[in-house]
Design a protein around this ligand. Structure first.
Ligand code: AMP
Length: 602
C-alpha cells in the first residue's frame, strides 16, 4: 500500500497531510501554500484553475468561479459552465484532483488512498457525495471521518491523559461542535452539533454590507449593482477581517471602485475591531445554542470538560476565545494550528490504516492502539402508524452499529409493507428527511396473527446506512443501501471518473507542450546570445548553419496558445529543437577546440 494522505476538504480552504517518519506533516501545494482555497474557476479559454489562482479570479470572473461548493454537497445544486451542468461532486472532484496531484509531486509517488474529513453534522447523502467526489478524483477513499474527531486525534498525539474535550470548529462555511472523550488511546465522540450555514464567509459579508452602506452614503453609488466591484469588496473584506484579528483597526482602500459621470470614485474607509465585533456579535452568539445542546446530549456540564480546542481559521478572531469563555467558563487551548490540525488528524488515521505508519514518541503508543469511534449525527427512524417517526438508532449513537426491532403490520390482511427510512429529530415522518423507501411484499397477513417484521439498521464505519426488513414467518428479506435522491448513480460516478481521467491526460499533454515550448524558447535565446557574444571568433559557415536552424526553430514556435499545438506541430518543434541543439553543440565544440589550440600555441 502506498502512502495514505489525509484531506481536510474545507468549505473555504483545504489542507492535505501525510505521516512521514512517524509524524503528521502538512503537504504544501504546487504554489508552496500550506492550505489551498477550495475554489474552482474556468478561464475564458476553458482552462481549469484551482486554488489561489481561481480565488484571484473571483473578482474579475465572478460568473465562472465557483467557491464554497461544500455547502451544496448532497443536494441537486448545479452550476452551468460552457453549456455543461456541473454537480457538487464533479466540482469537488476537480479540487480534490489538484490536491492529489500536488501531493504526488511532493511525495514523488502516485497517491490513491486517502482519508477525507467532513463536518460532523453531514448527513448520509452529504457523506456519500464526498466519497463519490473522491472517487471521481481518482482516490480510493478509505475512510470518511468527522473533522472534530480528526482534530482530536491530532491533539491526542501529545495528550494522552483521560479527558473530555469540546472541539469548537468555526471554519469558512460551517460551525461544528463536538464533545469527545479521550481515554487510553480511544477517542469517543459523545455528542456533535453545529450550524451548517454559519462561518467566516458570514463575517466577511457583514463587512461588505457595511462598506456598501458607507459608500452609498458618501458617494451615492450602489456597488451591489456591479458584480466586479462586489468581488473586489469581498476580497478586501476578508483581508480586513483577518487583519483585525491582529490589529485593532484597519483601512479598506479600493481605488477606482466605481466610475460615473463625475469620474472615478475611490473607497477609503476605516474599520476598528470594536466596530467589527459589534456588527458580528450576533453571528458569534449563534454558536452558543449548539454548544449547549451538545453538552446536554453528552450529559455533561461545562465544568466536566477538561479542555476546549479551537479549530478552523475563523477561531483566530479574538472575539471567539472570549465567546467560548463566556459560554463555557474556561479559556480555550491554542495548542493546535486551527487550519491544519484536521488534515493532520486525517493523516494519522490514514497512517494507521496503512499499517506501516508507526507514530513517534511516548504518545505514539497511544496512537498506534487508537480506536476511533464516531457517532451518527442524526436520529434514524422508520415511519410507523399515523405518520410517526419511530427511532431505531438515536442521534449520537456510536458507529459502526447495528440495531434490530420487530414491527408488525398496521392493518389485518395486509400483504406488504413499505419501509420509509427517515433521518432527523422530529416526531412526525413528514418533518424529517426521507433517506429512502422500499417494499417488503408476500406477507401472510391474518386477522389475529399479524406478520412479524424484523427491521435492521446497519451503519458502517463511514456512516453509510443499510436497512433491511425480514418477514420472520417466511424469511423473505428486502434491503436497501441508502443512496439519497441527490446522490450519483454508479454509472454517473464512472462517467465522471472517466471525464476526470481524460482531463488529467489532457492536462499532462498541455504541460508537455508547454515544457517543450519553454525549452525551445530558452534554447533559441541562449543560442542567439552565444552567436552575438562570440561573433568574431566563430566559423562563418558553421554560424550560418546554426542561424538557419535557429530561424527554423523560431518558425516552429507557436506564438499563440503554445499549449494547444497539434501533434504534428509538436513533432516539428521537437525536431527543430534537436537540430539546433546539434548544430549549436558542434559549433561550440569547434570553438572550444580552437581556443585550446590557440591557448597551447601561446
Ligand atoms: P478554514 O475553513 O478552517 O480554513 O477557515 C477559513 C476561514 O477562516 C475563512 O473565512 C477565513 O477568512 C478565516 N480566517 C483565516 N484566517 C483568519 C484570521 N487570521 N482571522 C479571522 N479569520 C480568519
Amino acid at each position: 500500500m502506498g502512502k495514505v494522505i489525509g484531506i481536510d476538504f474545507g468549505t473555504t480552504n483545504s489542507c492535505v497531510a501525510v505521516v512521514e517518519a512517524g509524524k503528521p506533516v502538512v503537504i504544501p501545494n504546487a504554489e508552496g501554500e500550506r492550505t489551498t482555497p477550495s475554489v474552482l474557476a474556468f478561464t475564458k479559454d476553458g482552462e481549469r484553475l484551482v486554488g489561489s489562482a481561481a480565488k484571484r479570479q473571483l473578482a474579475t470572473n465572478t460568473a465562472r468561479t465557483i467557491s464554497s461548493i461544500k455547502r451544496h454537497m448532497g443536494t441537486n445544486y448545479q452550476v452551468r459552465v460552457d453549456g455543461k451542468d456541473l454537480n457538487p461532486q464533479t466540482i469537488s472532484a476537480m479540487i480534490l484532483q489538484k490536491l492529489r496531484k500536488d501531493a504526488e509531486a511532493y511525495l514523488g509517488e502516485s497517491v490513491t488512498d486517502a482519508v477525507i474529513t467532513v463536518p460532523a453534522y453531514f448527513d448520509d447523502s452529504q457523506r456519500k457525495a464526498t466519497q463519490d467526489a473522491g472517487r471521481i478524483a481518482g482516490l480510493n477513499v478509505l475512510r470518511i471521518i468527522n473533522e472534530p474527531t480528526a482534530a482530536a486525534v491530532a491533539y491526542g498525539l501529545e495528550n494522552e491523559a483521560a479527558q473530555k474535550v469540546l472541539v469548537y470548529d468555526l471554519g469558512g462555511g460551517t460551525f461544528d461542535v463536538s464533545i469527545i472523550e479521550i481515554e487510553d488511546g480511544t477517542f469517543t465522540v459523545l455528542a456533535t452539533g453545529g450550524d451548517t450555514q454559519l462561518g467566516g464567509d458570514d463575517f466577511d459579508e457583514r463587512i461588505v454590507d457595511y462598506l456598501v452602506q458607507e459608500f452609498l452614503k458618501s458617494d451615492r453609488i450602489d456597488l451591489r449593482k456591479d458584480p466586479a466591484a462586489m468581488g473586489r469588496l469581498k476580497e478586501e473584506a476578508e483581508k480586513a477581517k483577518k487583519e483585525l484579528s491582529a490589529a485593532i483597526s484597519t483601512q479598506i482602500n479600493l481605488p477606482f471602485i466605481a466610475v460615473d459621470r463625475e469620474g472615478p470614485h475611490h473607497m477609503d474607509i476605516s474599520l476598528t475591531r470594536a466596530q467589527f465585533e459589534m456588527m458580528t456579535g450576533d453571528l458569534l452568539e449563534r454558536t452558543s445554542q449548539p454548544v449547549q445542546v451538545a453538552l446536554t446530549d453528552a450529559g455533561i456540564s461545562p465544568s466536566q470538560l477538561n479542555r476546549v480546542l479551537l479549530v478552523g481559521g475563523s477561531t483566530r478572531m479574538p472575539a471567539v476565545s472570549r465567546k467560548v469563555k463566556e459560554i463555557l467558563g474556561m479559556e480555550p487551548s491554542h495548542g493546535l494550528n486551527p487550519d491544519e490540525c484536521v488534515a493532520m488528524g486525517a493523516a494519522i488515521q490514514g497512517g494507521l490504516l496503512q499499517g506501516g505508519g508507526k507514530l513517534e514518541g511516548a504518545t505514539g503508543q497511544a496512537a498506534q492502539g487508537l480506536v476511533l469511534m464516531d457517532v451518527t449525527p442524526l436520529t434514524l427512524s422508520i415511519e410507523t402508524l399515523g405518520g410517526v417517526a419511530t427511532p431505531l438508532i438515536q442521534r449520537n449513537s456510536m458507529i459502526p452499529t447495528r440495531k434490530s426491532q420487530i414491527f408488525t403490520t398496521a392493518r389485518a390482511l395486509q400483504t406488504s409493507v413499505e419501509i420509509n427510512v427517515l433521518q432527523g429529530e422530529r416526531h412526525f415522518a413528514r418533518d424529517n428527511k426521507s433517506l429512502g423507501k422500499f417494499k417488503l411484499g408476500g406477507l401472510r397477513g391474518g386477522f389475529v396473527d399479524k406478520p412479524q417484521i424484523e427491521v435492521t439498521f446497519d451503519i458502517d464505519v463511514n456512516g453509510v446506512v443499510k436497512v433491511s426488513a425480514k418477514d420472520m414467518a417466511t424469511g423473505r428479506q428486502q434491503e436497501i443501501t441508502i443512496t439519497g435522491s441527490t446522490n450519483l448513480s454508479e454509472a454517473d460516478v464512472q462517467r465522471a471518473m472517466a471525464d476526470a481521467a481524460a482531463y488529467e491526460a489532457e492536462d499532462a499533454q498541455r504541460k508537455q507542450r508547454m515544457e517543450l515550448h519553454n525549452q525551445a524558447e530558452m534554447l533559441s535565446y541562449a543560442v542567439e546570445q552565444g552567436l552575438t557574444k562570440h561573433k568574431k571568433e566563430l566559423d562563418k559557415e558553421e554560424v550560418n548553419r546554426v542561424k538557419a536552424d535557429l530561424s527554423n526553430l523560431r518558425r516552429c514556435i507557436r506564438k499563440d496558445k503554445p499549449d494547444r499545438m497539434s501533434e504534428a506541430e509538436m513533432q516539428n518543434l521537437a525536431a527543430a529543437k534537436t537540430a539546433l541543439e546539434q548544430s549549436a553543440a558542434h559549433l561550440m565544440n569547434l570553438y572550444m577546440a580552437d581556443k585550446q589550440t590557440s591557448g597551447a600555441e601561446q
